[in-house]
Design a protein around this ligand. Structure first.
Ligand code: FES
Length: 297
């Protein structure tokens, strides 16, 4: 087989002594046959199984899906959530972008390094934690930002590090979401100008809707979403066809809501909004995809 080796990782970047259950990989591939964003979903499941993407599994994916190895590696290396090297059960990302840096991120990462006994880019010996850095997560006003297992934490101070490590091991994400009384309804604001997006003049589900401006196919108009977390009811000034990804803009300042995060289901860009009281809600920008994330602080 001829490979474009220039696009593939160095040997030291992959684990060559891999034990991969080929039948399990084939089952994963078959379960996503023909799905929108199928390759990403397949790689996510393999990573969930092994904690990383073994090279052998990528070869099977390439053979069975018809995607070239270059394409498979392209996806595996493009998304930060994928790893070609074994990593810990919990992934900690500390933002070292300019805004987070000046707000004290270096002290936060030093504290993680001290408590875990590793340096950024390394995994603890017990394979519990991998610590890494990122350049900007698109939530600069809330820095320093730390993401643990996909959950965002804002304005993190070094005094909070031990609590975050404990929370990761106890599965803080699920506990917070189930117990937190602030979840219904959500009051949100623009991540750029901080003005409220809740609109009392237009209700959905009996609550003030969340008003944003959407842009698609050279058209621009309002979109109102239910502010009840878990409700997908909405009203729109113009129709958007299913599976179309649209741009979301603030109706006050006109700036687009952008995120460095792509949807883990369909790979469309996620749309971040600030939750009053602290936190970020992110929804998928593709019509019909219900993927969303809520992180309360
Ligand atoms: S610099 Fe950290 S979120 Fe932008």
């Amino acid at each position: 087989m001829i490979r474009d080796t220039a696009a593939l990782p160095n040997e030291e970047d992959v684990c060559l002594q891999e034990s991969v259950d080929s039948k399990a990989i084939l089952r994963i591939i078959e379960s996503h046959n023909g799905e929108l964003g199928g390759l990403i979903a397949i790689l996510e499941e393999i990573q969930a199984e092994y904690g990383y993407l073994p090279e052998k599994s990528l070869r099977i994916v390439s053979d069975k899906t018809g995607c070239s190895m270059v394409d498979v590696y392209g996806v595996a290396t493009f998304y930060r959530s994928f790893s070609l090297k074994p990593r810990g059960k919990h992934l900690i990302l500390v933002c070292l972008g300019t805004a987070c840096h000046v707000r004290g991120a270096p002290r936060v990462i030093e504290e993680f390094e001290r408590q875990l006994g590793i340096k950024a880019g390394q995994t603890t010996e017990d394979k519990e934690f991998t610590l890494d850095t990122v350049n900007c997560l698109g939530a600069c006003a809330l820095g320093p930002v730390v993401v643990i297992d996909g959950h965002y934490f804002s304005k993190v101070r070094k005094s909070r590090v031990s609590q975050l490590l404990e929370g990761a091991q106890n599965g803080f994400g699920k506990l917070q979401i189930e117990k937190d009384k602030r979840i219904f309804p959500l009051h949100v604001s623009c991540p750029h100008c901080n003005r409220s997006l809740n609109d009392e003049t237009f209700t959905i589900d009996g609550q003030p809707s969340i008003r944003v401006t959407i842009s698609s196919d050279h058209k621009q108009g309002w979109l109102r979403l239910s502010c009840l977390y878990g409700s997908y009811n909405f009203a729109s000034e113009f129709d958007v066809s299913t599976e179309t990804a649209v741009s979301f803009l603030c109706p006050h300042c006109g700036v687009e809501f952008t995120s460095t995060l792509d949807c883990s289901v369909c790979a469309a860009p996620m749309v971040p909004m600030l939750v009053d009281g602290g936190g970020i809600v992110q929804i998928c920008s593709r019509r019909g995809c219900k993927n969303h994330m809520l992180d309360l602080i």
